[in-house]
Ligand binder design. Structure first.
Ligand code: LLP
Length: 432
């Protein structure tokens, strides 16, 4: 079984994505190559949106977290699908603006936004700026005053929920660099100061408990904590919060063992909890924002490489080296992430060869997978790494001065380049 339902095997025994032959894609566009399937992206957006409609009367917005995969074409697709957009830097914001994305549907995150980032957001009328700390609140308020703008803000709150995921991508606990703590009174202080500020309008509260989470309860528990805080604000300050942003973090299937819940189930259960808490606490039902990133981008993408060598070290390990690595996918070296692999030109064959897939960077830890099973890999074969649509292109680097691969978007049996391959000239263009 292949991990994403947009993948298959054709009559030649080659791996397909969205019905297109991946061996032909690799030949036509070269390797390494990121391939993204537009229909899969659109399907996921629509699933999130329809579950928001069905279980929460459409009283909310699905904001794609662009850090998962950001380029102009992705922003255009999100705009066409009527999605909101979460950006976390000037670069992501500029990309969205350049793609003509409606700025009122943008949420601007970040735990240390610079003055230039805040100025850009204010000048373009970004819908919601998510304030992370008291210094930022003060700076934003001053900048808004200078520019004669009034900004809608949300406050990022740490709900104190420990989600079961890799510690590097866990964010909701008190020991986190993101947001205001509830326990210390800091969050309440930030609410009071926001209400007093003339240049910002407190619209909502935000939380995000982490990423690649499979359980439902941490999401429901976070919603409950946030609603209790909303009730406290109403009771003690007489101020009603409109928006509740519950962040992203929905787990996806990278390998057979991963069992993600359908998005509908998440929305159904969280909506139930929000409704029951609102009744109990006597607060109005907030406008809900969710911010899926990985769950929209990851299953839609694969990466194709050429195998350059197979090195057998008897009694030790077999290394299969490819023409990319940690420079286009740093997730193994960062989180020891697991992936599913296929030899694209032998996809109907049995995986009976144990090996470790290594990249081409000067770094022993530069692996894409350790001790995985493959279909008799040989030099010249095309290797596909599956479900790489999120946090691969967006986290790629030029380590070892390796140029970043292009991104090809497929749709309706056609492929188009949406990000060009970096040239050698691109690599030195800022050198003086
Ligand atoms: N909202 C906020 C405020 C976030 O910080 C994130 C992810 C998301 C939404 C989207 O989360 P998602 O639905 O994609 O899980 N580089 C790591 C993941 C880092 C996630 C950072 N924040 C990885 O490759 O696993």
């Amino acid at each position: 079984m292949l991990v994403s339902d947009n993948l298959g095997v054709n009559e030649k025994g080659n791996l397909t994505i969205g019905g297109m032959d991946t061996v032909e894609l690799a030949n036509d566009f070269g390797t390494p190559l990121y391939v993204m399937d537009e229909e899969k992206i659109v399907e996921s957006c629509r699933k999130f949106k329809s579950s928001m409609d069905k279980f929460y009367n459409g009283n909310g917005m699905v904001c794609y977290a662009s850090k998962a995969f950001c380029c102009k074409e992705m922003c255009r697709i999100m705009a066409k699908e009527g999605m909101g957009l979460d950006v976390v830097s000037e670069g992501e914001l500029f990309t969205a603006i350049s793609a003509g994305f409606p700025t009122d549907k943008i949420c601007f995150h970040g735990n240390n936004k610079t003055d230039s980032e805040l100025t850009l957001a204010l000048s373009y009328g970004v819908g919601r700026i998510v304030v992370d700390n008291l210094e930022e609140l003060k700076r934003l308020s001053e900048l808004a005053g200078k520019l004669h703008k009034k900004s809608n803000i949300m406050l990022r709150i740490k709900p104190g929920i420990d989600a079961h995921t890799h510690s590097f991508i866990m964010t909701g606990q008190i020991d986190s660099k993101f947001g205001f703590a509830l326990e210390t009174g800091e969050a309440f202080e930030a609410v009071k100061l926001s209400c007093e500020s003339e240049n910002v309008t407190l619209k909502g509260l935000h939380c995000h408990i982490g990423s690649q989470i499979f359980e439902l309860e941490p999401f429901c528990a976070a919603a409950e904590v946030m609603l209790k805080f909303i009730a406290k604000i109403k009771n003690e300050l007489g101020f009603e919060i409109d928006d509740l942003d519950l962040g992203g973090g929905f787990g996806i299937k990278y390998v057979e063992d991963n069992k993600p819940l359908p998005y509908e189930v998440y929305m159904e259960k969280v909506s139930e909890r929000v409704k029951s808490c609102c009744d109990e606490l006597k607060v109005k039902m907030p406008y809900i924002i969710i911010e899926p990133g990985r769950s929209i981008a990851a299953p839609a993408g694969i990466t194709l490489y050429k195998i350059g060598s197979v090195k057998e070290i008897p009694g030790v390990r077999n290394y299969v080296s490819v023409d990319g690595g940690m420079c286009d996918n740093p997730r193994y070296i960062l989180y020891q992430s697991e992936y599913d692999f296929e030899i694209a030109n032998k996809a109907s064959k049995a995986k009976d060869y144990k090996c470790t897939v290594a990249g081409k960077c000067c770094e022993s830890g530069d692996l894409l997978g350790k001790d995985i099973m493959l279909q008799n890999p040989q030099a010249g074969d095309t290797l596909a790494v599956l479900a790489t649509g999120a946090y691969n292109y967006s986290m790629a680097s030029n380590y070892n001065r390796i140029s970043r691969p292009p991104v090809v978007m497929i749709s309706g049996g056609k492929a188009r380049v949406i990000v060009k391959r970096e040239s050698l000239e691109d690599l030195i263009k800022n050198d003086v």
